[in-house]
Design a protein. Structure first.
Lengths: 131, 274
């Protein structure tokens, strides 16, 4: 299992910052992380959906990461449903980590599901990321 | 004392009691005998809606989403920013310093405080607008923030009566092809003109004048803002935003609930500075 990949070269891929209702100040604007782990919880709710994923660290310990997503209003337009993820699902998930380097939180950018599908957040016309 | 005498005394007492009671009631109301003014008609009163008025140049009814084609910062009202007062400059400098350190300064919106005008209009959420002859009702999907623009000719509420709010009190009128809206009476705390670094506060003296036009074709809305707040910046802060009509999105109930922040480590971490 791929553990932790700091993909700072993905700057070009992720141009526009995701505008969560939380301040983006704490999060990297041009760096992305990609983690592979197991879904602990997927909460389908407003104003933001979130995914909690257990990711093993170098010591083999499980580290809980919370990814903040946008509203279901936009997620459904990007192919999501409330049952897209369930506890136990294996996912590879990307997002913008905290500038502090503190693990555990990121602003979501995309996820690759066990069936190979990759889902983003929202269409560009609704503030989605330019790609 | 005979019967006539007792009756006369009883009658006099009753008259005196009635007079005293009437005086007390009048004093209790703070008015002697003046009739209270008639309550003005509400914006949705049939008698108000049906009053003869010139035809409105346009109808904003629909769902609108800020136009993001200019870039990811389309929601922001600066930079450039106006010259800030020392008080506001101190907040701004603190926010920018902490931004460079990867820290969040006074993220009230993130902690579920209402965004307030003008930011509520440019959140990445749709705003539903319903226009009637006497008003425009707006509901942002984000936290279902509510706003009314009164168009029935009323004046702003007396400053001693009004309840200050994050979206203020909006009174508009028509000028040619534009709806001109004057918004005052903002609540002066936990209200910011930006988020995520440029921490410019909005105070009770904030006043926002919007010149709203529906662009040809009816698919785009333009709002030219002039914002003043002598407590926090000098002169008029100008900015123009466009909004796109979105016909395939409805707005829904959206509450900001504590469990969101509870589940996000970032909002509980040392990156937060109050």
């Amino acid at each position: 299992m791929k553990r932790l990949l700091i993909a700072s070269t993905l700057v070009v891929m992720f141009i526009a910052p995701v505008f969560a209702h939380h301040s983006p100040a704490a999060f990297e604007a041009s760096k992305s992380i990609t983690l592979t782990g197991t879904v602990k919880e997927f909460r389908w709710q407003n104003p933001h959906t979130w995914i909690e994923v257990n990711v093993p660290n170098e010591k083999g310990e499980q580290v809980l990461w919370a990814f903040e997503l946008t509203s279901p209003t936009y997620l459904v337009r990007a192919g999501w449903k409330s049952n897209t993820l369930k506890p136990g699902d294996k996912v590879t998930i990307s997002g913008r980590p905290l500038k502090s380097g503190e693990p555990g939180s990121a602003i979501f950018t995309s996820v690759t599901l066990a069936d190979g599908r990759t889902l983003g957040e929202r269409p560009a016309r609704l503030g989605g990321e330019a790609k | 004392m005979n019967m006539f005498g007792r009756t006369a005394i009883a009658g006099a007492c009753a008259a005196a009691f009635a007079l005293a009671s009437a005086t007390l009631v009048a004093q209790g109301r703070g008015q002697a005998a003046a009739a209270p003014p008639a309550e003005p008609l509400s914006a949705l009163a049939p008698e108000n809606l049906s009053k003869p008025r010139p035809k409105a140049p346009f109808d904003l009814t629909g769902n609108w989403f800020v136009d993001t084609s200019s870039g990811p910062d389309a929601w922001r009202f600066g930079p450039p920013y106006p010259k800030l007062t020392p008080k506001a400059q101190k907040e701004y400098d603190t926010g920018m310093k902490l931004l460079k350190e990867g820290k969040v300064y006074k993220d009230d919106i993130g902690q579920c405080w209402p965004a307030g005008l003008p930011l509520i209009m440019t959140r990445y959420w749709p705003t539903a607008m319903i226009q009637v002859p006497t008003a425009v009702y707006m509901v942002s999907e984000f936290m279902n923030s509510f706003r009314t623009i009164f168009l029935d000719g009323r004046a702003h509420t007396d400053a001693d009566v009004v309840v200050r709010t994050p979206n203020g009190e909006s009174v508009g009128h028509w000028e040619g092809d534009a709806m001109v809206v004057d918004t005052r009476y903002f609540r002066g705390d936990h209200h910011w003109m930006d988020q995520g670094g440029a921490s410019i506060p909005a105070g009770e003296q904030l006043r926002i004048v919007e010149r709203i036009r529906l662009l040809p074709g009816g698919k785009q809305l333009e709002i030219a803002y002039t914002m003043t707040d002598p407590e926090n910046w000098e002169g008029g802060w100008k900015s123009t935003k466009r909004f796109n009509r979105v016909n395939d999105i409805d707005i829904h109930e959206v509450e900001c609930l504590p469990d969101l922040n509870d589940h996000l480590k970032s909002t509980r971490s040392k990156t937060q500075v109050q």
